[in-house]
Design a protein around this ligand. Structure first.
Ligand code: ADP
Length: 331
């Protein structure tokens, strides 16, 4: 294989740049020509192809976002759009493609694989919701950004006897909220995978007040049954009975913009190299992932047809630490 390309697609995540850097330099190591496709699949439809060299990825290992930029493309979802994408690849003589993105992007990669393109996927999302890998590129940095923010909020909350609802990203998956909640020692964690009622949140505040806590931190995933705004409204209606003033903060896009952590850069570098190694060895239709300490591959159809389950034993663990008396009550 002499000529390959790389694109980043879907929601951006910190770690995309170190990934692109690794892909480019690994390909050059194999004496391949390496191209970048700008704006994800939309760029593939539009022919936004640029030749890359070792210098074009210099100085980006510590930068969030993606120098190739990313996009969501309606056009690529159509048959005509995919025909344009195939034509772009043919016109440039590109024989293999590396795609970094979330679940949707991997579905796009599967459609190219089915059309005969040699394609290797890599998991890029801050949600960590992809089957076939224990960690996705982006989640560790997003988690650390959320954690730093929560630590800062806790410091101010304690000074004013306040309860803070902190909403973190995760529309369908509570991974980020659960891990941020454990790591920050939150009093309660609200996630889509674990049902709760507004009264449960009020009870948590009440119990924290009775135990003499100076603050009460509740981490809420944006896709939880009630978001931070809805919970805040309810709690404010009952503020007189709770002992805490209630505030909420939505962390939002700062979670995507953090400087990639050491773990992130190393993961992205290993996955980027593995993606090129797989193309070089003639493999196609697989996604690279990490399991334990090892880089593995999983067929893309398996990735997109399975859901990664959140380890709810970690949720129980967090509860027993927040309120140790619940440990012996467990079945
Ligand atoms: P993410 O990759 O972060 O999950 P999206 O779900 O928005 O983000 O997917 C990114 C892009 O991948 C979409 O805009 C679309 O161009 C492409 N895509 C998603 N699903 C499919 C599909 N079933 N077939 C072909 N392309 C798809």
């Amino acid at each position: 294989m002499r000529r390959i390309a790389v694109l980043t697609s879907g929601g951006d995540s910190p770690g995309m740049n170190p990934f692109v850097r690794a892909v480019v330099r690994r390909a050059l190591g194999y004496n391949m020509e390496i191209f970048g496709i700008e704006h994800g699949y939309q760029g593939l439809c539009d022919g936004n192809v640029i030749e890359m060299n070792a210098r074009s990825v210099g100085g980006i290992i510590d930068r969030a976002g993606t120098i190739l930029e990313t996009a969501r493309s309606e056009e690529f979802m159509t048959r005509e759009g995919r025909r344009k994408a195939l034509r772009t690849l043919n016109e440039h003589g590109i024989e293999g493609l590396v795609v970094l993105g979330g679940d949707g992007s991997l579905r796009g990669a599967m459609s190219l694989h089915e059309a005969g393109v040699k394609v290797i996927g890599a998991p890029g999302t801050i949600d960590n919701d992809m089957y076939g890998t224990e960690m996705t590129i982006g989640v560790d940095t997003a988690l650390n950004v959320a954690l730093n923010a929560i630590d800062m909020i806790r410091a101010t909350a304690s000074s004013h006897q306040r309860a803070f609802l902190i909403e973190v990203m995760g529309r369908h998956c509570g991974y980020l909220a659960l891990m941020a909640g454990i790591a920050s020692g939150a009093e309660m964690i609200c996630i889509p995978e674990y049902p709760f009622e507004l009264e449960d949140v009020a009870r948590t505040l009440d119990e924290a007040y009775i135990r003499g806590k100076a603050h009460c931190i509740i981490v809420v995933a944006e896709g939880a049954p009630y978001n931070a705004h809805a919970i805040e409204q309810y709690l404010r209606e009952h503020e007189d009975e709770l002992g805490f003033e209630v505030r909420s903060t939505i962390l939002g896009h700062i979670q995507r913009g953090g400087k990639p952590t050491a773990f992130e850069r190393i993961l992205a570098t290993r996955m980027g190299c593995a993606a090129v190694d797989n193309l070089y060895q003639g493999n196609t239709g697989v996604m690279v992932g990490i399991q334990g300490h090892d880089i593995i591959t999983t067929p893309i159809p398996d990735v997109v047809s399975h859901k990664k389950e959140l380890d709810l034993s970690l949720y129980e663990l967090a509860r027993t630490l927040e309120n140790p008396s619940t440990l012996l009550q467990q079945p």
